[in-house]
Write a protein of this length. Sequence first.
Length: 117
Amino acid sequence: MRVLLVDDEEELVTALAERLSYRGIEADWSPSGNWALELAKETAYDVAVLDVKMPNISGIELKKRLEKMRPDMKYIFLTGHGSEEDFRAGSAEASSYMVKPLDIDTLIATMRQVVQP
C-alpha cells in the first residue's frame, strides 16, 4: 500500500510516516496542500490521509484537486477539531473520517479497509 499523508502539523505527519514505514507501509508526507499536489503528480497513491483544516488549501479542497489527478485514490480525513460541521463535510467527501490523536493500528486498519475493492 502506498500512502500520502498531508497535515500542516509537520511533527505529526513525519512521525506517522515513520511509524507506518516500520509496519511495511510506504508513506510519503507533506505539510501543505501545494506540496501534496506536486507529490501526487509524480506518484500514484492508494490512499491519501488529509487533515481537514490546513492553511491555504483545506483538506476538502485538496481532495477535489487530487481526485482530478488520481481518480482511483481513496481518502481518509483527519481533524483535531472534531466539530459537527467538520464531521459532516469530511464524512461526505471521504471513505473515512478520524479524530486526532490517532491510534496507529486503527489508522492502518482503516486504510486497508478503504483500499480494498
